[in-house]
Design a protein around this ligand. Sequence first.
Ligand SMILES: Nc1ncnc2c1ncn2[C@@H]1O[C@H](COP(=O)(O)OP(=O)(O)OP(=O)(O)O)[C@@H](O)[C@H]1O
Length: 243
Amino acid sequence: MTDVLTVRGLTRHFGGVRAVDDVSFTVAEGEIFGIIGPNGAGKSTLFSLIAGSDRASTGTVEAFGRRIDGLTPFRRSRLGLGRTFQNSQIFGESSIADNLVIAGIAHERRLGKRTVKDQAAIVLKLVGLSDDGSRQTMSLPLFDQQRLSIAMALMGAPSILLLDEPSGGLVEQEVVALGRLLDEIRDTGVTVVVIDHKMRLMTTLCDRILAMATGEVLFEGAPEEVVNDPGVRTAYLGTKEDR
Ligand SMILES: Nc1ncnc2c1ncn2[C@@H]1O[C@H](COP(=O)(O)OP(=O)(O)OP(=O)(O)O)[C@@H](O)[C@H]1O
């Protein structure tokens, strides 16, 4: 399998805090790759370094067969890196469809012959919001907000999708539905890299999981290996709203 994302020796210091400390891993095309770790482990910082909204102190990021760590977030997204945020970036006073168009316009050239409207219809169907385009986003229930955030990230037809805690605040049935959605997204050919705390979701969904604590990699492997690793268990399991 082809590797689509390679992180080597990635390090980010904030003063004396080593938020990300010499992290290396590789993600293969078509994988769902999970990242877990307790609060403050460095997961969101790692995503920011990959997506380009923050710069590493040292280390490299390669995607699509080239170094991308010197590029702006916009250039990275144009190459095919999509991202959702922990706090969604939805524009409150417009409709779901308007939000998708805004998200799509910047990426028109990744859509080939498809128009932004075509792409919006495709992603709305995929996330299960086909009948909801005209709804205002102001008071959307949380699961709809999460699905809209994912839909917005998909407007750029990404090859790699980075998801930061998509299950945040969801109830159990919604978490199950989210898992199915992420599987479907992968089935469309998108490589998924997901940060989340919900262990049942992560162990059923992910092909491989990277566990972090205090900026460092504790363990990387298949879900059953990760949850049985003594270091991971001590640092993380059972310490959060994680079942
Ligand atoms: N801009 C910043 N300035 C200073 N310190 C920061 C900054 N961003 C993150 N940190 C610190 O870096 C460490 C890692 O934070 P990060 O948000 O990446 O962790 P996380 O694993 O995503 O946590 P959570 O699960 O709570 O989102 C923490 O100690 C945090 O306080």
